[in-house]
Design a protein around this ligand. Structure first.
Ligand SMILES: N[C@@H](CCC(=O)N[C@@H](CS)C(=O)NCC(=O)O)C(=O)O
Length: 207
């Protein structure tokens, strides 16, 4: 295989990696599967990634990556000209911190809140886990809002991978109108990213 294969699912975080690959122009294919539905797509996904999560990325040499932040850093190594990771020690410190907030703090609120039954909960316990994860996520977003000053992107004049995450995640619970009202800076960075044609194209394919 001489190109990347991204295993993706419509509307999922795999869109972040689709955007990163599109912006770099690295040769790739996107294999869209209904990632939670039993069937050959999920069987293959589970053979590559025991958590059954998307994105899962197969590199040209056959190696498999299962974490989006690691994929972003790798894609930047291969195609630094796209600027997915900023330069400059201070800007990189802010980038690393927010990248890990997105994947290590925000993303798990969906992992546990979206499908509480996967964690053995149902009824009132499931509803509580979902609502508490939603509340925790809103606290994280409100904190992140205090850390950015988009001009027009999260870290200033140049788009980075952080903007790709925002373009995707602001469409998820609590939704775009909540962001517009409570986190206008994050919302405006997401909007700016969606005006980049390659990103707009991926969003369209994922809607
Ligand atoms: N840590 C992963 C999280 C990926 C993730 O949670 N993806 C969701 C789809 S948007 C998923 O596969 N959820 C199913 C599950 O966690 O079982 C990353 O950042 O790549």
């Amino acid at each position: 295989m001489s190109e990347y294969e991204l295993i993706a699912s419509k509307g999922c975080g795999s869109a972040v990696i689709e955007m990163a690959l599109a912006l770099t122009g690295l040769p790739h294919t996107v294999t869209m599967i209904p990632f939670l539905a039993p069937g050959p797509g999920r069987e293959r996904l589970l053979s590559l990634n025991p958590l059954g999560q998307v994105p899962t990325l197969i590199l040209p040499d056959g190696a498999v990556m299962t974490e989006s932040a690691a994929m972003v850093l790798h894609i930047h190594d291969v195609a630094p000209q796209a600027g997915l990771v900023p330069s400059g020690v201070e800007r990189r410190a802010a980038f690393f911190n927010l990248l890990v907030v997105l994947v290590g703090a925000v993303y798990p609120t969906f992992t546990f809140g979206d499908e509480p039954e996967h964690f053995g909960l149902d009824g009132a316990a499931a509803s509580t886990l979902r609502s508490e994860s939603d509340a925790r996520r809103m606290r994280i977003w409100r904190h992140m809002e205090t850390l950015v000053a988009p001009e027009p992107y999260v870290l200033g004049s140049a788009l980075t991978a952080l903007d790709l995450y925002l373009a995707v995640m602001t469409a998820w619970r609590p939704g775009r109108s909540w962001f517009a009202e409570h986190c206008p800076k994050l919302f405006s960075a997401a909007e700016a990213a969606t005006r980049v044609p390659a990103i707009a194209h991926v969003i369209e394919r994922n809607s």
